[in-house]
Design a protein around this ligand. Structure first.
Ligand code: OGA
Ligand code: NI
Length: 405
């Protein structure tokens, strides 16, 4: 399935690249010319200020009590979830789960625990973290503030409606291809870092505590991200600051996507979020404490994540696979929905500075371990997902160094 939508990248010059999409869902060929990618203010990234067609708020569909979902939300049979979630399942009852790591134990030097996180990064690119230092009250407050926001009438949220160029604000789709199939979620996207991109006016003003709570939440998650970066760096056998330096040192970036998955009348036909790997560095997800839905692709199955109380679910994005020269794996994951309960999740992204070249760390490169990926800035890289939407791991799998190229 991953290789169905091959993206071919041909580097023409350093500041102009051509992206060709072959065998895309609607057989569309797309060319994006990018000049001056580093200057986001100019909106020269090829993505416009408008979506290709009127936006459908999934919340509105869910509230209109339809017996089924519109055609645009019906996946072809091969992409449908083969099982749906039973809401009353107790998380503890799950037989398989993703690895659980205890951050406090790692920081106090426990070798076994360090080995566990290292293994999780290499095998799964996914783990849950407990004893992470973020107060449970703050986690709950952030989740509930966003839940209240999404419960506002759709009209109250349209003021924050987002556009493809920056993505910031209230949105309901990823990708700009006209007629593309849609996922069953609405979301909110906002920036924390760099500070120049943090604009509280683009954050919701209701509920009344939301800006304050989200601001504090962001600060705490930045600290957690920094801590994970040091651990992941030394587990590669390089200096603990190496990965952070590759992210641009203090100039790294951080943003958040809050996902709202309303109840779906036909959960067996659609997905809350189609299979994808996250394009960035590290994702720290606060899942819904009541409702499961996140699934991780492992081997040839989809594992449903049963989050432990007050745990974060961490996954590595494509930039970590690139920097580690594929020692670490970014993980393919998706979200399934259900007809009984809505689901809210907060995905915090710890990313590189967006305009510097990202390539495998030179300490990991030798004549027997050549670099698997050519340099590319994160701005350029994430254009693929912003243009075409979720496509499994096809972006990172096609972003390979061409031997003799
Ligand atoms: C994402 C994501 C998972 C979830 O936002 O990239 O994968 O559980 N979210 O909502
Ligand atoms: Ni994701």
């Amino acid at each position: 399935m991953n290789n169905q939508d091959k993206i071919m990248i041909e580097k023409e010059t350093t500041d102009k690249i051509e992206i060709k999409s072959k065998n895309g869902l609607n057989e569309q060929e797309l060319e994006v010319k990018m000049d001056n990618m580093s200057d986001l203010n100019k909106t020269t990234n090829g993505l416009g200020e408008k979506w290709p067609e009127p936006i459908i708020r999934v919340q509105s569909l869910a509230e209109s009590n339809l017996a089924t979902v519109p055609d645009r939300f019906i996946k072809p049979p091969s992409q449908r979830p083969n099982e749906t979630i039973t809401i009353n399942n107790q998380p503890e009852a799950a037989a398989i789960n993703i690895p659980v790591v205890d951050l406090r134990s790692i920081l106090s030097g426990n070798q076994e625990e360090t080995e566990r996180i290292s293994e999780a990064c290499r095998e799964f690119g996914f783990f849950q973290v407990i004893n992470h230092g973020v107060r449970p009250e703050l986690m709950a407050a952030a989740r509930e503030a966003w839940r209240s926001f999404f419960h506002l009438p759709v009209e109250a949220k349209e003021a924050y409606s987002n556009s493809p160029s920056t993505y910031e604000g209230y949105g309901s789709r990823l990708g700009v291809e006209k007629g593309a199939l849609l996922d069953w979620n609405d979301y909110y996207f906002l920036n924390f870092l760099p500070l120049a991109l943090k604009d509280l006016n683009k954050w919701p003003s209701l509920p009344s505590n939301i800006r304050e709570v989200v601001d504090e939440y962001g600060e705490e998650l930045v600290k957690l991200g920094e801590s994970l970066m040091r651990i992941l760096s030394s587990n590669l056998g390089v200096n603990e600051e190496q990965l952070q330096e590759a992210f641009g040192g203090e100039d790294f970036s951080a943003c958040m996507r809050v996902n709202y998955y309303p109840k779906c009348p036909r959960p067996e036909l659609d997905l809350g979020l189609s299979p994808h790997s996250d394009p960035g560095g590290i994702t720290i997800l606060l899942p819904d404490d009541q409702v499961a839905g996140l699934q991780v692709h492992h081997g040839d199955t989809w594992i449903t994540v049963n989050a432990l109380p007050n745990a974060f679910v961490v996954n590595l994005g494509d930039q970590m696979q690139i920097l580690s020269n594929s020692i670490y794996k970014s993980s393919e994951h998706r979200v399934i929905v259900n007809s009984q309960k809505e689901r809210v999740s907060l995905a915090f992204f710890y990313n590189p500075k967006s305009d510097i070249p990202i390539q495998p760390l030179e300490q990991l490169i030798s004549s027997t371990n050549p670099p698997l990926y050519p340099p590319m800035s994160y701005d350029q890289y994430r254009l693929f997902i912003r243009t075409h939407g979720p496509r499994g791991k096809s972006y990172v799998e096609s972003h390979v160094s061409l031997v003799n190229g």
